[in-house]
Ligand binder design. Sequence first.
Ligand code: ADP
Ligand code: MG
Length: 708
Amino acid sequence: MEKELKLIDVNKKYKLSNKETFQALYDVNIEFDKGELVSIVGESGSGKSTLMNLIGGLDSDFSGNIIAGGEDLSKLSDKQLNKYRKNKVGFVFQSFNLISHLSILDNVTLALTLSNVNEKEKEEKATEMLKKVGLEGHLKKRPSQLSGGQKQRVAIARALINDPEIIIADEPTGALDSETSMQILQILKEIADSGKLVIMVTHSEKVASISSRVVEISDGHIVNDKVNTKYKKEKNVELKEDISEELPEKENKKKNSKEKQTLSMKSAIKLSFHNMWSSRVKNFLMAFGVAIGIGSLILMMCFSSGITDYIDNTMRSYSDPTIVTVSKKGTKEDITSMISYNPFSSEEIEELKNDINGYLTENNIDFEVTDDNMEFGIQMMTMMSNAKVIYNPENKFVDYFANSGQDLANSGLKYDTVIYMYTTPPTYTDTNLSEGKMSTAEGGVMFSKGIKSLFEDNSIFNEDGSSKQVDICFTYMDAQNRPYNLTFADQEITAIVDTSVMSNYMVMYIDYDYFQSLFKNNPNTDGNALSPNSIYIRTDSEETTNLINSYLATTEKYKGSVEEQLAGMFTSMSSIIGTSLIVISCISLFVSAMMILVVLYMSVSERTKEIGVLKSIGARRKDIKRIFTSESFLIGVLSGFFGIVFNLILTLVVWLVLANTIGIVPISYRWWYFVIAMLVSIVISMLSGLYPASKAAKLDPVESLRRE
Ligand code: ADP
Ligand code: MG
């Protein structure tokens, strides 16, 4: 009958450099059979461990043949070697090599976990096995809570769990005292007597004397091979029956079919969760670091959309869906075209009317622009033209223009600069006023909130309830760029307009007809009215409005209201700011990614031994990769979660600060920001985990087990 294990002309050379090699084994020819308890003896450095690693399938770089259980190891693929390690051979090491962050039970079930056996079956089997080595009371303990002998028993239970035919033990008693050594030896003897092949390396004469056969190696050569004639088999060995009969059908089915012996994603996550928990402080700190990046990213997205929403809402509250606002496009499409006053002549007004009506007729719309549904307005940006509003309760006379404005500073009067003069658009209603009432063609001016700083009591009303009065002085450029200096004295303030977009600037609103009458009556204007630069068309429906607006957008001649353009400018400004904030967040995320990479990379070095153990019990590269990948996945999920929590706290703080300072909170949440944040966090972690994971997967098992 074929022997269980046969080595034919096995030579092993270690590569030292490109040219040099070191031969550790020379022409090893030896056979072992089931039921043997073999001791391998020899001086340190003689090649014992090298031999064990070859037999165990940990090292496949050799010449010759190793035939184990009918399979020639030199001809097996990586995949088949993994299977061999997992099912055919069990490893016991001198230094136990238990995984410290897993419980005793989990250490033993690990090999089954790699085979994707179901949870219940795993536990039953492992518990049974631990019972056999006398550890039933210690299932939930950690390796660090056990004595050396107990640890080695766990290692033996782990080696036996997949019911291998060959057990390899490299100095299993080397770290134990003699009494414990004997107990371990007894267990190994029982295993051998149950019909398995046990090969152990030992230095102890006593240990060797108990085994059934002693093989001596010296400098890579087998120099002695003696059978111990006094060896006595145990009488009632239960191990054999128990282990092989326990799960005969399931096991065999699995072994024979094209089995799916892989580490399930669930088990990988569980394993990495255990590991993460064991270094939780490090992981929590790291996740917190990433969370700061993620949290800020969400906040930046919220800011970005918040500002846009805010402007949109503001715009909507000042726009009437049935009114079309038209102004003329300037010659230059830049900010100066918005500032410069660009009026319609009466011919141009007719032209606009015809253009729109022509378009409407073409599209069979039953609406016509007439003089009756048209209104006019004037919008001037005056920050370039020296516009001042002066609070002058005692009616002192100041000739502002005669003194080029110099004296105003020394006059003791309070004044402010108007940046925007605006005839009240027909879209404005009482709801746009924060106090007071609309000014009318009879008179009165309205201001944005900014004007209140002129008055000590922050009120536009005197104590007797009457309105405060101001003088308005400004230089006006006509269409030919000729300057006119105008002063409108003693104007009553009737209301404060809450135009949120502009509310912190000084904006003046005045009725169109009243403005025109002031103009005509001013000696400097030669009695001329001011041509309008805005035209409002009151349509019959929102659809007509939209239709006309979309038509105007296609023309070269016309554009929307100055307010609309301002809002557009704010929007593009805020999107630039928003984008740069998001870019900054991305940089911080990049830093986070580097941090994850470093931490995981270090974790690979720390866990070299563990990876070696996993490989020795049959873990494939894929499994190792999966463990590390799921670890980075968990870090991603954790960081994403922390990031969201951090973001909510951060937003609350920012909210409170903004609400109590500028009174505007431009923060808008979209539910999918959280989804994006979570995805970003997971993707970043997993990307940063790629390199460490593949490094871990590539580790050489022999080298990693050798590592101290
Ligand atoms: P033993 O287990 O009998 O003490 P080993 O099998 O570990 O000895 O080593 C046998 C010889 O091979 C030693 O001389 C050792 O230095 C050498 N050796 C072991 N591993 C390597 C390696 N990875 N590279 C080079 N030489 C090695
Ligand atoms: Mg050794």
